[in-house]
Design a protein. Sequence first.
Length: 197
Amino acid sequence: MRVSELVAATGVPLATIKYYLRVGLLMPGEATSATRAVYGREHVQRLTLVKALSGIGLPIPKIRLILQLIDEPSPSLYESLGAAVGALPPYADEHDPTADYPRARAALDRLGQVYRADYIAVSQLERALAAAEEVGIPMTDDRLQAYGEHIRGIAAADLAAMPQESAEAAIEYAVLGTAIYEPIIAAMLDTEGRQQR
């Protein structure tokens, strides 16, 4: 397809596509002349992903990191998924895989889940729990049990739907699912709260 068809297929403006090409978020099309190129399904898919990630406010360096993890996953899917989730807010740029994260450890222990300090989401959990304490709404045991029960159900559904054909597909699914569905869950919680008032 020509670039005009790529614009029509994705809803991404031409200027934005050119910018994504320039900064390396979109791979070049196949050149047909000095000034023309054709694009394929992989370009539509990549633009859809970049559009979704930029739409939730991810900065270009974080989007680039996620795309790199999708394009070149490490041999360990666990490590690639961790790094990809770590590129999403709340950011854990200072993640130390050898540190102890006491709040996260305690919460995961109470839920009967595995604690691994090397997994970036553990430091994200630590930061989130600390922030909750700082503002005066700490994660109580009752709240933790209630959240944990429902989140395990959500996680089970997401894992059952995760693509198995490749690490790239699994990482893309996990990143998009985390980034896109978190606001949906928050909105559903808000709607539920309004119905009960």
